[in-house]
Design a binder for this molecule. Structure first.
Ligand code: AHR
Length: 523
């Protein structure tokens, strides 16, 4: 195989750019070993997070049955239909930090009689609680997703959480189950996941690892659904970017050896909080669009930090739990930029571009490589908040490039991943070298082989040679600029297009454009 060193590649690129030509493609080799299968890609890795934050719930999912915006019993029809297409497997709700001050009783009963509170974490706006337990669980059922209810450990008691669970899941003749029936739901809902707190190290109570795990044990003990439901309790764990993440995880693993699932949060901020600045002090994370190549390379390299994070967490877990009883839920992750100029402070509304599609695809590929521990993830957040699938503005609606990655990756849900090695040059801009091409290969539930390819270089295409045979057809997502994005006026500026490989001498090869994500089915 021909390998072009970084210095050589740069020279080629500069001279090509000077002459106005397209840079020539790099040579990349992808070797797939179908004899080496990893544990199945749990479909819950494709989960979402929906918090009472900005227009994540109100106007994003819920417009109410009386709205002029087309809706199904109050849920936006455009949003419901789009989410069904990507087969959302699980939705986490109601927070986030919102959940740390949430009283579930505020969100049941006649909507007009529900109390109005202040959403202190997110913009200080009023929360009328018109979207509560019934509205969320019916929504999850409507889109065919499992429910992941995140409990309040920060500011409520174990009994409050236990009562909430009984209200949602009991089929008995109890006062709480009867109250649910009186409020319009006869059958218990199925709760597949319950979050024992959120960010106990931060907005969930500012606890150290020892205290957090002591508290979590107590809360986890009292919150139980009927055994037949097979509910998994997800224990809130550490923050990925925090230097103490591994020690924190280690303490939790030691103190809670019977945990079914430990959760981690890992956001991709191009620019982090300046050292020693006080929490809450505003700072620049970087713009969502209109950025230069430095920001592109920096963001992608920060997104790639998920790989060492998972490898090191796995090592900590393997030491404490060699029989792999505890699984990982990456239940908040995604890009986090400066919010859009002019948007409501505290609403975390940001545009979503081709760069976000790349971060999503690279991250999903990383999850495919860590399926021995990672069994769930919830990208933050589903609608109108941070790295969203969908943006809405009154009756307007658009699917983001991140949505299209999830659309293209549907065949990976429940698929069996194979080892794939990639040999090729780095994409190296400034101080942020990453592999130019990333690949993931898996056998889908339909028995077909699927290959995803990501080209991280915004300038240079790649000629990808594989050891796969047959033919390959699928879709490609790319755009003319690094920040190509959809707007309400041009909602289809970036959408997947048909794409295929070629058979050269019995091997499948691909012309992979610069800054692109492709998924193909191999026949
Ligand atoms: O997703 C936004 C916020 O980020 C969540 O509320 C919190 O858990 C995290 O810090």
């Amino acid at each position: 195989m021909r390998r072009i060193g970084f210095a050589g590649a740069m020279l080629l690129m500069v001279s090509a750019a000077a002459s106005g030509q397209q840079p020539s493609p790099t040579a990349v080799n992808v070797m797939v070993d179908t004899a080496k299968a990893g544990p199945v890609i749990d479909r819950h890795i494709y989960g979402q997070f929906a918090e009472h934050l900005g227009h994540g719930i109100y106007d994003g999912i819920w417009v109410g049955p009386g709205s002029k915006i087309p809706n199904i019993r109050g849920y936006r029809s455009d949003v419901v239909n789009a989410l069904k297409e990507i087969k959302v497997p699980v939705v986490r709700w109601p927070g986030g930090c919102f959940g740390d001050l949430y009283n579930w009783r505020d969100g049941i009963g006649l909507p007009a009689k529900r109390p109005v509170r202040i959403n202190v974490h997110w913009g200080g706006v009023t929360e009328d609680n018109s979207f509560g337990t019934h509205e969320f669980l019916n929504f999850a059922e409507l889109i065919g997703a499992d429910a992941y209810v995140s409990g309040n450990v920060g500011s409520m008691t174990p009994l409050d959480n236990a009562n909430w669970m009984e209200y949602m899941t009991s089929s008995e003749k109890s006062t709480l189950a009867d109250e649910r029936r009186k409020n319009g739901r006869a059958k218990p809902w199925t709760i597949k996941y319950f979050g024992v707190g959120n960010e106990l190290w931060g907005c969930g109570g500012a606890m150290n690892a020892q205290y957090a795990s002591d508290v979590s044990k107590r809360y986890a003990q009292f919150v139980n659904a009927p055994a037949a439901m097979g509910m998994t309790k997800v224990i809130a764990g550490p923050n990925g970017p925090n230097p103490n993440v591994y020690d924190y995880a280690d303490t939790m693993m030691k103190n809670m050896p019977n945990m079914a699932m430990l959760s981690i949060h890992q956001y991709t901020f191009p620019h982090s909080r300046p050292p020693n600045s006080l929490p809450g002090t505003p700072y620049k994370r970087g713009p969502a669009t209109g950025f230069d190549e430095d920001e592109w390379a920096l963001t992608l390299s920060k997104g790639e930090a998920m790989e060492p994070l998972l490898s090191k967490l796995t090592a900590v877990m393997d030491r404490n739990d060699p029989n792999k009883r505890t699984m990982l839920a990456m239940d908040e992750w995604g890009t986090w930029y400066d919010q859009e100029p002019g948007s409501h402070p505290g609403f975390l509304y940001q545009q979503n571009s081709l760069r976000d599609a790349e971060v999503a695809a690279l991250t999903l590929n990383i999850f495919h490589r860590h399926t021995d521990r990672v069994k769930m993830s919830n990208i933050a957040q589903m609608i109108n908040v941070l790295q969203a699938m969908i943006l809405t503005d009154k009756d307007k609606f658009l699917r983001t490039p991140t949505y299209w990655v999830y659309h293209m990756y549907v065949p990976f849900q429940g698929a069996t991943p194979y080892a794939a090695s990639v040999n090729g040059p780095s994409y190296s801009h400034g101080d942020y070298p990453i592999a130019q091409v990333d690949a993931s290969v898996a056998r889908g539930l339909d028995g077909k082989l699927y290959l995803s390819l990501v080209n991280t270089d915004p300038n240079r295409p790649a000629h990808v040679t594989t050891n796969l045979t047959g033919s390959a057809t699928g879709r490609l997502l790319t755009g003319p600029a690094m920040d190509t994005h959809n707007t309400f006026d041009a909602p289809n500026r970036i959408v997947p297009v048909a794409y295929s490989g070629r058979n050269e001498g019995g091997k499948l090869v691909f012309d992979l454009p610069a800054k692109a994500v492709a998924v193909v089915q191999i026949q």
